[in-house]
Design a protein around this ligand. Structure first.
Ligand SMILES: [Zn+2]
Length: 381
């Protein structure tokens, strides 16, 4: 029955995809002259985004911020809260924000050449690190990474492609992706079904319309939901149809809640096999087995963890509905297998996944841990 639906001549009437690689404008409340958007290409020539926040001081340590998949640099700049960029600037750091190819400010989740997380680890993150180093000279460079941004960074690090970072903060998941129970089952069953019917899962019900092939997905996501907003339901209640929660609802401000469809974009279904392979291995693994272009990446990043040459802070909300206790597990596994690595672990009580960065109280409850970690590394250099 799915063969019929995949007919090449049928174009879904309401499928709106973006076709240019121009970045959607950032949303922030910084002085526009302090925001330097750099025309930037990944190492395979793909147009991606890199932004520097100019603090007017040329001697500050730099911090590269890596968003999660389908999010964007906007998640660190949310104007409605005291955000991570505010806190870094106030504490003496120079923020740099990468929009890697999975950013919703870019079109690639909906159109263009498909990619895997291998491409992010090989082409996007090392290019950004190398560009930033070219600009900052021998100033320290830290990285703070969320979700898939952190998985990709783990792959770049264990490939030796981003040596000598001054310290890394990883949120949600790092080297041991372990999907929350309900989700891993859905990934294997529903994921296959959805993959054959949709090539991406939209989040903005207003764009999709009332009657479309996505309607059953939104209907499924609304089951048992306490919030009437369909975009919130598909994210908070369902994580793009995968049945887990991306954030603790009451941790978001009303303004953030109203613009969830800006903060998180459509999720491509064709990335699922790579994610599933990682979830089955409970490890960050390379997708490309035989393509020699990817041989710089380790087959299994956890097995190559001895190549990590910097201190790492693993961070997770106690209510993370997507990755469960992956960070706790990662901390235990690394302590056992790589006792020489300096890896710390901190739990944020009452927080889920995305709200650790966009929650209205994140500056009070979360960012202090990040700044303390950066300050410590910086003082020890
Ligand atoms: Zn809601």
């Amino acid at each position: 029955m799915f063969g019929r639906k995949k007919s090449r001549t049928t174009v879904p009437a309401l499928r709106r995809v973006r076709t240019t690689a121009t970045l959607r404008p950032l949303r922030h409340r910084l002085d526009p002259s302090a925001v330097e958007e750099i025309p930037f290409l990944a190492d395979d020539g793909l147009r991606i985004g890199l932004t520097r926040v100019d603090t007017g001081e040329a001697d500050r340590p730099a911090v590269l911020l890596l968003h999660g998949h389908t999010a964007s640099a906007d998640m660190f700049l949310a104007p409605e809260i005291r955000n991570l960029v505010d806190v870094l600037v106030d504490n003496g750091y120079e923020p740099w924000l990468l929009d890697w190819r999975g950013s919703c400010r870019l079109p690639y989740n909906e159109t263009g050449r498909r990619y895997t997380y291998d491409d992010v680890a090989l082409y996007d993150i090392p290019a950004a690190v190398s560009h930033i180093r070219g600009r900052i000279g021998d100033r320290p460079l830290f990285a703070v990474a969320h979700c898939i941004g952190s998985i990709a960074l783990a792959m770049s690090m264990t490939a030796g492609l981003v040596p000598d970072l001054a310290g890394v903060v990883s949120q949600g998941v790092f080297l041991t992706p372990k999907l929350a129970g309900r989700m891993s089952l859905r990934m294997s069953v529903a994921g296959e079904l959805m993959k054959s019917r949709f090539d991406h899962i939209p989040v903005d019900f207003r764009k999709v319309g009332l009657r479309s092939k996505y309607t059953p997905l939104f209907a499924l996501a609304s089951r048992g939901a306490s919030c009437p907003d369909p975009t919130c339901q598909i994210l908070h209640n369902s994580a793009w149809g995968m049945g887990v929660s991306l954030f603790v609802h009451e941790n978001l401000s009303a303004e953030t809640h109203d613009r969830l469809a800006d903060l998180l974009g459509p999720a491509p279904m064709w990335i699922m096999p790579h994610l599933r392979r990682m979830a089955l291995a409970n490890s960050v693994v390379r997708w490309h087995d035989t393509d020699h272009r990817y041989r710089a990446l380790p087959v299994n990043a956890l097995d190559a963890a001895d190549r990590i040459d910097t201190r790492v802070l693993l961070m997770a909300g106690t209510e993370n509905g997507l990755w469960g206790d992956s960070q706790k597990v990662c901390h235990e596994v690394l302590a056992r297998r790589q006792p020489l690595l300096d890896v710390a672990y901190v739990e944020i009580p009452g927080y889920g996944h995305l709200d650790t960065f966009v929650g209205r109280g994140a500056a009070l409850d979360v960012f202090g841990h990040i700044v303390d970690f950066l300050d410590k590394q910086d003082a020890s250099r």
